[in-house]
Design a protein around this ligand. Structure first.
Ligand SMILES: [Zn+2]
Length: 245
């Protein structure tokens, strides 16, 4: 029986098609990672997964079909303990997420895939995916594994937003709200919360930076937003999308 494959989507292939692609010396799997976690009163729980899906699909559309690169289904539930305390957040333990990545990654490697890109859109699991990649490398030495973060290394980001948004706009603030207005405007609510985080933590401490503090959103934000979402607009969202792509 022959299935009609959807370009670049792994789960629509038949097993002989997988075998054929995996044998290619440049065969690559892209595995997007999001989160199901509160994003303030105005954005959906799946915000990070929606971003990574959209950006991945846009990139895949640009590639010729014959490139041996396939996307496996996005891992929507991630590691979000910092947002527990707000209804709706679902978080796996770090150990479980590492196990999922190890087991799936090992099977992909056993079939013959040569490269695995872990494309992550949730800032709270960057270090976890780095750890998972190193654990996987131990059991799948022939696989090249690339844990990447959607928002890091984006050229031109510094020119689009203020220093304060770059440093303090960590969650559901100007950047994420604007990007969602561009990608799925139907999912953006009317509220535009502003939470001044600097007044909530002792002077000299920081949530990110050289000596970051392990934090919980509940301790520092009433709305769930970290930063300022007030200036969010579709035009800025469009510029974000362009530079991230
Ligand atoms: Zn987010």
């Amino acid at each position: 029986m022959n299935f009609k494959s959807i370009p670049n989507e792994y789960e629509y292939l038949s097993w002989p098609e997988v075998k054929n692609i995996a044998e290619n010396k440049r065969s690559t799997i892209i595995w997007p990672f999001g989160a199901i976690e509160q994003h303030g009163p105005h954005l959906p729980l799946a915000t990070d997964g929606i971003f990574v899906d959209d950006i991945t699909n846009e990139v895949l559309k640009l590639l010729p079909d014959e490139i041996p690169l396939k996307k496996i289904p996005t891992q929507y539930i991630g590691f979000s303990p910092e947002h527990i305390g707000f209804d709706g957040t679902l978080s796996l333990s770090s150990q479980l997420l590492i196990s999922i990545i190890s087991e799936v990654g090992k099977q992909l490697s056993d079939v013959g895939f040569k490269r695995l890109i872990l494309l992550n859109a949730h800032g709270g699991q960057i270090s976890l995916l780095n750890t998972a990649a190193r654990e996987l490398k131990k059991i799948a030495p022939n696989l090249s594994i690339f844990p990447c973060f959607l928002w890091s290394g984006v050229v031109g980001l510094n020119n689009l937003v203020s220093k304060s948004e770059l440093e303090n706009g960590l969650h559901a603030s100007l950047s994420e709200t604007s990007l969602m207005m561009e990608i799925r405007p139907d999912l953006v609510g009317d509220e535009r919360p502003y939470e001044d985080i600097s007044s909530k933590i002792p002077e000299g401490w920081s949530l990110e930076g050289d000596a970051p503090l392990a934090w919980s959103t509940k301790e520092i934000s009433n709305s769930g937003v970290i930063g300022d979402s007030r200036g969010a607009n579709k035009k800025l969202g469009r510029r974000f999308k362009k530079i991230i792509n």
